[in-house]
Write a protein of this length. Sequence first.
Length: 482
Amino acid sequence: MFPALYFPLVAAQAMRCTPAAFLDKVREGSLNAASAYANRWADDDPQDADLPWLLQLHADMLSTLGIGDEAEEQYRRSQKLLRAPRQAMRATSCRNAGWQALFRHRLTTALSCFARVMEETGIDPLQVFDARFGIICALHQLGHARDALNLLEELGAFVESLPETDGQRLQDIVTTLRYDLAVQRELRGADPLGDHVYWHSEAPEGMAGAADPSEAISARESAALRVSAPLLRQRIDYLRDVRALVRGERSAMEGVTRHLQWAQQAGLHEYVRTTRLETVLAALACGAPQLAETLIEPLHRLDHATSTGHRQLEYLYCVSKLRQVQGRAPESMQFYSRYALLSMQCLRTDAHAIAPFVSRTTRRAPQLDDVGARLPAKYRRAYRYMQENLDRADLSVRELAIEIGVTERALQTAFKNFLGLSPTELIRRQRMERIRAELEDPFTSERNILGAANKWGVQNRSTLVSSYRKQFNEAPSETLER
Protein backbone atom coordinates (compact mmCIF):
# COMPACT_ATOMS: atom_id res chain seq x y z
CA MET A 1 0.00 0.00 0.00
CA PHE A 2 1.14 3.54 -0.72
CA PRO A 3 1.78 4.54 2.97
CA ALA A 4 4.75 2.13 2.94
CA LEU A 5 6.83 4.74 1.13
CA TYR A 6 6.07 7.48 3.66
CA PHE A 7 6.13 5.42 6.84
CA PRO A 8 9.91 5.09 7.39
CA LEU A 9 10.36 8.85 7.06
CA VAL A 10 7.36 9.65 9.26
CA ALA A 11 8.61 7.20 11.90
CA ALA A 12 12.19 8.47 11.82
CA GLN A 13 11.26 12.16 11.93
CA ALA A 14 8.62 11.68 14.63
CA MET A 15 11.27 10.40 17.06
CA ARG A 16 13.68 12.74 18.78
CA CYS A 17 16.50 10.23 19.32
CA THR A 18 16.76 9.06 15.70
CA PRO A 19 20.46 8.78 14.74
CA ALA A 20 21.36 11.26 11.98
CA ALA A 21 23.01 8.55 9.88
CA PHE A 22 19.84 6.44 9.93
CA LEU A 23 17.64 9.42 9.05
CA ASP A 24 19.93 10.32 6.14
CA LYS A 25 19.63 6.81 4.71
CA VAL A 26 15.83 6.94 4.94
CA ARG A 27 15.65 10.40 3.36
CA GLU A 28 17.85 9.17 0.52
CA GLY A 29 15.52 6.22 -0.10
CA SER A 30 18.22 3.68 0.85
CA LEU A 31 15.75 1.60 2.83
CA ASN A 32 17.70 -1.66 2.79
CA ALA A 33 20.76 0.17 4.11
CA ALA A 34 18.62 1.86 6.76
CA SER A 35 17.18 -1.51 7.78
CA ALA A 36 20.67 -3.02 8.03
CA TYR A 37 21.75 -0.05 10.15
CA ALA A 38 18.73 -0.49 12.44
CA ASN A 39 19.37 -4.21 12.77
CA ARG A 40 22.45 -3.44 14.90
CA TRP A 41 20.23 -2.04 17.65
CA ALA A 42 18.87 -5.50 18.42
CA ASP A 43 22.19 -6.30 20.16
CA ASP A 44 22.58 -2.98 22.01
CA ASP A 45 22.80 -2.53 25.78
CA PRO A 46 19.33 -2.94 27.36
CA GLN A 47 20.29 -0.25 29.88
CA ASP A 48 20.45 2.41 27.16
CA ALA A 49 17.49 4.75 27.71
CA ASP A 50 17.09 5.24 23.95
CA LEU A 51 17.07 1.52 23.13
CA PRO A 52 13.25 1.04 23.32
CA TRP A 53 12.77 3.81 20.76
CA LEU A 54 15.55 2.49 18.53
CA LEU A 55 14.00 -0.99 18.63
CA GLN A 56 10.69 0.59 17.65
CA LEU A 57 12.40 2.19 14.64
CA HIS A 58 13.89 -1.20 13.77
CA ALA A 59 10.41 -2.73 13.95
CA ASP A 60 9.10 0.09 11.76
CA MET A 61 11.65 -0.76 9.08
CA LEU A 62 10.73 -4.44 9.26
CA SER A 63 7.06 -3.53 8.85
CA THR A 64 7.92 -1.36 5.85
CA LEU A 65 9.74 -4.26 4.21
CA GLY A 66 6.88 -6.69 4.90
CA ILE A 67 8.61 -8.71 7.65
CA GLY A 68 5.57 -8.56 9.91
CA ASP A 69 6.22 -11.37 12.40
CA GLU A 70 9.73 -10.18 13.24
CA ALA A 71 8.46 -6.60 13.47
CA GLU A 72 5.84 -7.63 16.01
CA GLU A 73 8.50 -9.28 18.15
CA GLN A 74 10.66 -6.15 18.09
CA TYR A 75 7.67 -3.96 18.99
CA ARG A 76 7.03 -6.19 22.01
CA ARG A 77 10.64 -6.09 23.08
CA SER A 78 10.62 -2.30 22.76
CA GLN A 79 7.46 -2.06 24.85
CA LYS A 80 8.91 -4.23 27.63
CA LEU A 81 12.04 -2.08 27.89
CA LEU A 82 10.20 1.23 27.80
CA ARG A 83 10.21 3.25 31.01
CA ALA A 84 7.87 6.19 30.57
CA PRO A 85 4.70 7.76 32.03
CA ARG A 86 1.60 5.66 31.59
CA GLN A 87 0.06 7.88 28.95
CA ALA A 88 3.24 7.62 26.88
CA MET A 89 3.21 3.82 27.32
CA ARG A 90 -0.40 3.62 26.16
CA ALA A 91 0.21 5.96 23.24
CA THR A 92 3.22 3.95 22.09
CA SER A 93 1.37 0.65 22.37
CA CYS A 94 -1.57 2.01 20.38
CA ARG A 95 0.70 3.56 17.79
CA ASN A 96 2.62 0.33 17.16
CA ALA A 97 -0.56 -1.75 16.95
CA GLY A 98 -2.08 0.81 14.58
CA TRP A 99 0.73 0.65 12.05
CA GLN A 100 0.87 -3.15 12.21
CA ALA A 101 -2.88 -3.27 11.56
CA LEU A 102 -2.59 -0.83 8.64
CA PHE A 103 0.10 -2.91 6.95
CA ARG A 104 -2.08 -6.01 7.43
CA HIS A 105 -5.06 -4.23 5.81
CA ARG A 106 -7.01 -4.28 9.08
CA LEU A 107 -8.04 -0.70 8.49
CA THR A 108 -10.73 -0.20 11.12
CA THR A 109 -8.44 -1.58 13.83
CA ALA A 110 -5.72 0.80 12.65
CA LEU A 111 -8.15 3.72 12.78
CA SER A 112 -9.20 2.84 16.33
CA CYS A 113 -5.59 2.48 17.49
CA PHE A 114 -4.53 5.85 16.10
CA ALA A 115 -7.62 7.44 17.64
CA ARG A 116 -6.56 6.07 21.02
CA VAL A 117 -3.22 7.84 20.66
CA MET A 118 -5.04 11.10 19.96
CA GLU A 119 -7.03 10.70 23.18
CA GLU A 120 -3.93 10.63 25.37
CA THR A 121 -2.92 13.91 26.97
CA GLY A 122 0.58 15.24 27.41
CA ILE A 123 2.24 13.20 24.65
CA ASP A 124 4.94 14.58 22.38
CA PRO A 125 3.57 16.62 19.42
CA LEU A 126 5.66 14.44 17.11
CA GLN A 127 3.69 11.41 18.32
CA VAL A 128 0.50 13.33 17.60
CA PHE A 129 1.74 13.94 14.05
CA ASP A 130 2.50 10.22 13.61
CA ALA A 131 -1.03 9.27 14.77
CA ARG A 132 -2.76 11.90 12.63
CA PHE A 133 -0.79 10.75 9.62
CA GLY A 134 -1.90 7.17 10.29
CA ILE A 135 -5.55 8.24 10.54
CA ILE A 136 -5.33 10.01 7.17
CA CYS A 137 -3.80 6.93 5.52
CA ALA A 138 -6.44 4.63 7.02
CA LEU A 139 -9.33 6.88 5.97
CA HIS A 140 -8.02 7.08 2.43
CA GLN A 141 -7.69 3.29 2.21
CA LEU A 142 -11.24 3.03 3.55
CA GLY A 143 -12.48 5.00 0.55
CA HIS A 144 -13.04 8.30 2.36
CA ALA A 145 -10.74 10.36 0.21
CA ARG A 146 -12.52 13.65 0.88
CA ASP A 147 -12.33 13.20 4.66
CA ALA A 148 -8.67 12.22 4.40
CA LEU A 149 -7.93 15.42 2.47
CA ASN A 150 -9.83 17.51 5.01
CA LEU A 151 -7.86 15.98 7.88
CA LEU A 152 -4.66 16.53 5.93
CA GLU A 153 -5.40 20.26 5.80
CA GLU A 154 -5.81 20.18 9.58
CA LEU A 155 -2.50 18.32 9.85
CA GLY A 156 -0.85 21.02 7.76
CA ALA A 157 -2.12 23.67 10.17
CA PHE A 158 -0.90 21.57 13.10
CA VAL A 159 2.59 21.35 11.60
CA GLU A 160 2.67 25.11 11.07
CA SER A 161 1.87 25.58 14.77
CA LEU A 162 4.89 23.51 15.87
CA PRO A 163 8.27 25.03 16.74
CA GLU A 164 10.27 25.75 13.60
CA THR A 165 12.76 22.93 14.20
CA ASP A 166 9.94 20.35 14.33
CA GLY A 167 7.73 21.91 11.67
CA GLN A 168 10.45 22.04 9.03
CA ARG A 169 11.10 18.31 9.45
CA LEU A 170 7.49 17.43 8.75
CA GLN A 171 6.31 20.00 6.22
CA ASP A 172 7.74 18.15 3.20
CA ILE A 173 5.78 15.04 4.18
CA VAL A 174 2.52 17.00 4.36
CA THR A 175 3.22 18.74 1.04
CA THR A 176 3.94 15.46 -0.72
CA LEU A 177 0.93 13.65 0.75
CA ARG A 178 -1.33 16.58 -0.17
CA TYR A 179 -0.28 16.18 -3.81
CA ASP A 180 -0.46 12.39 -3.59
CA LEU A 181 -4.06 12.21 -2.35
CA ALA A 182 -5.20 14.83 -4.84
CA VAL A 183 -3.70 12.86 -7.75
CA GLN A 184 -5.18 9.58 -6.53
CA ARG A 185 -8.57 11.23 -6.21
CA GLU A 186 -8.25 12.70 -9.71
CA LEU A 187 -7.23 9.31 -11.12
CA ARG A 188 -10.11 7.35 -9.63
CA GLY A 189 -12.52 10.12 -10.56
CA ALA A 190 -11.65 9.85 -14.26
CA ASP A 191 -14.73 9.35 -16.46
CA PRO A 192 -13.68 5.91 -17.82
CA LEU A 193 -13.48 4.66 -14.22
CA GLY A 194 -16.93 5.90 -13.25
CA ASP A 195 -18.04 2.39 -12.23
CA HIS A 196 -15.31 2.08 -9.58
CA VAL A 197 -18.09 2.07 -6.99
CA TYR A 198 -15.93 1.74 -3.87
CA TRP A 199 -14.19 5.04 -4.59
CA HIS A 200 -17.45 6.72 -5.62
CA SER A 201 -19.27 5.69 -2.44
CA GLU A 202 -18.89 9.16 -0.88
CA ALA A 203 -21.55 10.51 -3.28
CA PRO A 204 -23.10 13.01 -3.74
CA GLU A 205 -19.99 14.93 -2.67
CA GLY A 206 -17.58 12.09 -3.17
CA MET A 207 -15.03 11.06 -5.73
CA ALA A 208 -17.07 11.42 -8.90
CA GLY A 209 -17.18 14.97 -10.13
CA ALA A 210 -15.62 16.24 -6.90
CA ALA A 211 -11.91 15.89 -7.55
CA ASP A 212 -9.88 19.05 -7.19
CA PRO A 213 -9.73 21.26 -10.30
CA SER A 214 -6.67 20.69 -12.47
CA GLU A 215 -5.38 24.13 -11.53
CA ALA A 216 -5.48 23.25 -7.84
CA ILE A 217 -3.67 19.95 -8.41
CA SER A 218 -1.06 21.73 -10.53
CA ALA A 219 -0.52 24.19 -7.67
CA ARG A 220 0.01 21.28 -5.29
CA GLU A 221 2.39 19.77 -7.80
CA SER A 222 4.40 23.00 -7.90
CA ALA A 223 4.65 22.96 -4.11
CA ALA A 224 5.68 19.29 -4.17
CA LEU A 225 8.45 20.00 -6.66
CA ARG A 226 10.15 22.13 -4.01
CA VAL A 227 10.53 19.03 -1.79
CA SER A 228 14.14 17.91 -1.71
CA ALA A 229 14.12 14.55 0.14
CA PRO A 230 14.99 11.89 -2.49
CA LEU A 231 12.58 9.37 -0.94
CA LEU A 232 9.65 11.76 -1.33
CA ARG A 233 10.80 12.86 -4.77
CA GLN A 234 10.54 9.24 -5.88
CA ARG A 235 6.82 9.39 -5.14
CA ILE A 236 6.35 12.90 -6.55
CA ASP A 237 8.03 12.09 -9.87
CA TYR A 238 6.01 8.89 -10.13
CA LEU A 239 2.74 10.77 -9.53
CA ARG A 240 3.64 13.27 -12.25
CA ASP A 241 4.22 10.37 -14.65
CA VAL A 242 0.84 8.86 -13.71
CA ARG A 243 -0.91 12.15 -14.50
CA ALA A 244 0.94 12.35 -17.81
CA LEU A 245 -0.06 8.77 -18.63
CA VAL A 246 -3.73 9.56 -18.00
CA ARG A 247 -3.36 12.38 -20.54
CA GLY A 248 -2.14 9.81 -23.07
CA GLU A 249 1.62 10.48 -22.88
CA ARG A 250 2.93 6.94 -23.28
CA SER A 251 6.54 8.11 -22.79
CA ALA A 252 5.68 8.61 -19.11
CA MET A 253 5.86 4.81 -18.68
CA GLU A 254 9.65 5.05 -18.69
CA GLY A 255 9.53 6.98 -15.43
CA VAL A 256 6.91 4.64 -13.96
CA THR A 257 9.06 1.62 -14.84
CA ARG A 258 12.11 3.17 -13.18
CA HIS A 259 10.06 3.84 -10.05
CA LEU A 260 8.79 0.27 -9.92
CA GLN A 261 12.34 -1.05 -10.30
CA TRP A 262 13.57 1.22 -7.50
CA ALA A 263 10.74 0.13 -5.18
CA GLN A 264 11.40 -3.54 -5.94
CA GLN A 265 15.10 -3.13 -5.16
CA ALA A 266 14.24 -1.21 -1.97
CA GLY A 267 12.20 -4.19 -0.74
CA LEU A 268 8.82 -2.43 -0.89
CA HIS A 269 7.02 -5.42 -2.34
CA GLU A 270 3.51 -4.52 -1.19
CA TYR A 271 4.07 -0.96 -2.37
CA VAL A 272 5.11 -2.31 -5.79
CA ARG A 273 1.83 -4.19 -6.02
CA THR A 274 -0.21 -1.10 -5.11
CA THR A 275 1.75 1.07 -7.54
CA ARG A 276 1.21 -1.40 -10.35
CA LEU A 277 -2.53 -1.26 -9.76
CA GLU A 278 -2.51 2.56 -9.71
CA THR A 279 -0.71 2.54 -13.05
CA VAL A 280 -3.17 -0.01 -14.45
CA LEU A 281 -5.97 2.42 -13.58
CA ALA A 282 -4.09 5.20 -15.38
CA ALA A 283 -3.65 2.97 -18.46
CA LEU A 284 -7.36 2.10 -18.45
CA ALA A 285 -8.27 5.77 -18.05
CA CYS A 286 -6.25 6.72 -21.15
CA GLY A 287 -7.52 3.80 -23.25
CA ALA A 288 -4.37 1.65 -23.27
CA PRO A 289 -5.58 -1.90 -22.47
CA GLN A 290 -2.42 -3.61 -23.76
CA LEU A 291 -0.30 -1.57 -21.39
CA ALA A 292 -2.74 -2.33 -18.57
CA GLU A 293 -2.49 -6.06 -19.31
CA THR A 294 1.31 -5.94 -19.26
CA LEU A 295 1.31 -4.14 -15.91
CA ILE A 296 -1.20 -6.41 -14.18
CA GLU A 297 0.09 -9.70 -15.58
CA PRO A 298 2.66 -10.30 -12.77
CA LEU A 299 -0.14 -9.96 -10.21
CA HIS A 300 -2.12 -12.82 -11.77
CA ARG A 301 0.57 -15.19 -10.57
CA LEU A 302 -0.06 -14.30 -6.95
CA ASP A 303 -2.48 -16.36 -4.89
CA HIS A 304 -5.44 -13.98 -4.83
CA ALA A 305 -7.68 -16.72 -3.49
CA THR A 306 -6.20 -16.05 -0.04
CA SER A 307 -6.28 -12.26 -0.43
CA THR A 308 -9.47 -10.83 1.02
CA GLY A 309 -11.04 -7.54 2.00
CA HIS A 310 -9.57 -4.19 1.04
CA ARG A 311 -6.38 -5.64 -0.36
CA GLN A 312 -8.27 -7.42 -3.13
CA LEU A 313 -10.65 -4.62 -4.17
CA GLU A 314 -8.46 -2.72 -6.62
CA TYR A 315 -7.19 -5.90 -8.25
CA LEU A 316 -10.69 -7.27 -8.87
CA TYR A 317 -11.85 -3.97 -10.34
CA CYS A 318 -8.83 -3.65 -12.63
CA VAL A 319 -9.22 -7.19 -14.00
CA SER A 320 -12.94 -6.67 -14.50
CA LYS A 321 -12.44 -3.38 -16.34
CA LEU A 322 -9.65 -4.81 -18.46
CA ARG A 323 -11.72 -7.83 -19.50
CA GLN A 324 -14.59 -5.49 -20.42
CA VAL A 325 -12.36 -3.40 -22.68
CA GLN A 326 -11.00 -6.61 -24.26
CA GLY A 327 -14.53 -7.72 -25.11
CA ARG A 328 -14.51 -10.67 -22.71
CA ALA A 329 -17.88 -9.82 -21.18
CA PRO A 330 -18.58 -13.03 -19.18
CA GLU A 331 -15.20 -12.87 -17.42
CA SER A 332 -15.64 -9.15 -16.84
CA MET A 333 -19.02 -9.69 -15.21
CA GLN A 334 -17.67 -12.47 -13.03
CA PHE A 335 -14.85 -10.31 -11.67
CA TYR A 336 -17.06 -7.24 -11.34
CA SER A 337 -19.66 -9.19 -9.35
CA ARG A 338 -16.98 -10.29 -6.92
CA TYR A 339 -15.67 -6.73 -6.72
CA ALA A 340 -19.12 -5.20 -6.12
CA LEU A 341 -20.01 -7.75 -3.44
CA LEU A 342 -16.69 -7.24 -1.66
CA SER A 343 -17.10 -3.46 -1.85
CA MET A 344 -20.46 -3.65 -0.12
CA GLN A 345 -19.12 -6.01 2.53
CA CYS A 346 -16.21 -3.67 3.26
CA LEU A 347 -18.40 -0.57 3.38
CA ARG A 348 -20.89 -2.18 5.77
CA THR A 349 -18.23 -3.67 8.02
CA ASP A 350 -16.27 -0.43 8.21
CA ALA A 351 -19.18 1.94 8.78
CA HIS A 352 -19.05 1.79 12.61
CA ALA A 353 -15.36 2.67 12.74
CA ILE A 354 -15.53 5.52 10.23
CA ALA A 355 -18.53 7.23 11.81
CA PRO A 356 -16.59 9.14 14.51
CA PHE A 357 -14.44 10.74 11.83
CA VAL A 358 -17.02 11.58 9.18
CA SER A 359 -19.64 12.77 11.66
CA ARG A 360 -17.93 14.81 14.35
CA THR A 361 -21.00 15.93 16.23
CA THR A 362 -20.50 12.98 18.59
CA ARG A 363 -16.99 11.77 19.31
CA ARG A 364 -17.04 8.48 21.15
CA ALA A 365 -13.99 6.67 22.27
CA PRO A 366 -13.41 3.53 20.16
CA GLN A 367 -14.36 0.49 22.21
CA LEU A 368 -13.53 -2.54 20.17
CA ASP A 369 -10.56 -4.64 19.14
CA ASP A 370 -7.78 -2.06 18.98
CA VAL A 371 -6.99 -2.93 22.63
CA GLY A 372 -7.00 -6.66 21.98
CA ALA A 373 -4.73 -6.18 18.96
CA ARG A 374 -1.98 -4.92 21.27
CA LEU A 375 -2.01 -7.98 23.52
CA PRO A 376 -0.27 -11.34 22.90
CA ALA A 377 -2.70 -13.99 21.69
CA LYS A 378 -2.95 -15.72 25.07
CA TYR A 379 -4.01 -12.56 26.85
CA ARG A 380 -6.48 -11.53 24.14
CA ARG A 381 -8.72 -14.27 25.52
CA ALA A 382 -8.70 -12.54 28.89
CA TYR A 383 -9.57 -9.26 27.18
CA ARG A 384 -12.46 -10.87 25.26
CA TYR A 385 -13.73 -12.43 28.48
CA MET A 386 -13.54 -9.00 30.12
CA GLN A 387 -15.56 -7.48 27.28
CA GLU A 388 -18.22 -10.14 27.58
CA ASN A 389 -18.61 -9.65 31.34
CA LEU A 390 -18.20 -5.90 31.83
CA ASP A 391 -21.81 -5.64 32.98
CA ARG A 392 -21.08 -7.83 36.02
CA ALA A 393 -20.22 -5.81 39.13
CA ASP A 394 -18.33 -8.81 40.61
CA LEU A 395 -15.93 -9.24 37.66
CA SER A 396 -12.42 -9.62 39.13
CA VAL A 397 -8.81 -9.84 38.01
CA ARG A 398 -8.58 -13.24 39.65
CA GLU A 399 -11.45 -14.50 37.50
CA LEU A 400 -9.74 -13.24 34.34
CA ALA A 401 -6.50 -15.00 35.30
CA ILE A 402 -8.28 -18.28 36.03
CA GLU A 403 -10.12 -18.06 32.70
CA ILE A 404 -6.85 -18.23 30.72
CA GLY A 405 -4.84 -20.32 33.21
CA VAL A 406 -2.25 -17.80 34.43
CA THR A 407 -1.44 -16.19 37.76
CA GLU A 408 -2.84 -12.78 38.67
CA ARG A 409 0.71 -11.45 38.70
CA ALA A 410 1.35 -12.65 35.14
CA LEU A 411 -1.90 -11.07 33.97
CA GLN A 412 -1.04 -7.77 35.69
CA THR A 413 2.43 -7.74 34.13
CA ALA A 414 1.22 -8.49 30.61
CA PHE A 415 -1.48 -5.81 30.68
CA LYS A 416 0.91 -3.18 32.05
CA ASN A 417 3.64 -4.06 29.53
CA PHE A 418 1.44 -4.02 26.45
CA LEU A 419 -1.37 -1.63 27.36
CA GLY A 420 0.12 0.61 30.02
CA LEU A 421 -2.88 -0.25 32.22
CA SER A 422 -3.57 -2.81 34.90
CA PRO A 423 -6.57 -5.12 34.34
CA THR A 424 -8.50 -3.22 37.02
CA GLU A 425 -7.79 0.11 35.35
CA LEU A 426 -8.81 -1.26 31.97
CA ILE A 427 -12.09 -2.62 33.38
CA ARG A 428 -12.84 0.80 34.86
CA ARG A 429 -11.87 2.59 31.65
CA GLN A 430 -13.98 0.29 29.48
CA ARG A 431 -16.97 0.69 31.79
CA MET A 432 -16.70 4.47 31.70
CA GLU A 433 -16.60 4.37 27.90
CA ARG A 434 -19.75 2.23 27.79
CA ILE A 435 -21.51 4.56 30.21
CA ARG A 436 -20.50 7.60 28.17
CA ALA A 437 -21.77 5.94 25.01
CA GLU A 438 -25.14 5.33 26.71
CA LEU A 439 -25.38 8.97 27.82
CA GLU A 440 -24.42 10.32 24.38
CA ASP A 441 -26.80 8.10 22.41
CA PRO A 442 -29.66 10.31 21.17
CA PHE A 443 -31.72 7.25 20.28
CA THR A 444 -31.83 5.87 23.81
CA SER A 445 -35.36 6.39 25.13
CA GLU A 446 -34.30 6.96 28.75
CA ARG A 447 -30.86 8.42 29.28
CA ASN A 448 -30.38 7.97 33.00
CA ILE A 449 -26.98 8.26 34.70
CA LEU A 450 -27.47 5.70 37.44
CA GLY A 451 -29.27 3.37 35.08
CA ALA A 452 -26.38 3.47 32.60
CA ALA A 453 -23.88 2.97 35.43
CA ASN A 454 -25.74 -0.03 36.86
CA LYS A 455 -26.03 -1.52 33.40
CA TRP A 456 -22.25 -1.61 33.18
CA GLY A 457 -21.48 -2.91 36.66
CA VAL A 458 -20.89 0.41 38.47
CA GLN A 459 -23.14 0.62 41.55
CA ASN A 460 -21.45 3.32 43.64
CA ARG A 461 -22.29 6.90 42.66
CA SER A 462 -19.10 8.47 44.05
CA THR A 463 -16.97 5.87 42.22
CA LEU A 464 -18.86 6.67 39.03
CA VAL A 465 -18.43 10.44 39.30
CA SER A 466 -14.73 10.37 40.27
CA SER A 467 -13.76 7.79 37.66
CA TYR A 468 -15.82 9.46 34.93
CA ARG A 469 -14.36 12.91 35.64
CA LYS A 470 -10.82 11.53 35.74
CA GLN A 471 -11.26 9.92 32.32
CA PHE A 472 -13.30 12.53 30.46
CA ASN A 473 -12.64 15.77 32.41
CA GLU A 474 -16.34 16.28 32.99
CA ALA A 475 -19.15 14.90 35.14
CA PRO A 476 -21.71 12.42 33.74
CA SER A 477 -24.39 15.09 34.12
CA GLU A 478 -22.42 17.42 31.82
CA THR A 479 -22.31 14.74 29.13
CA LEU A 480 -26.02 14.15 29.51
CA GLU A 481 -26.84 17.84 29.14
CA ARG A 482 -25.04 18.25 25.79
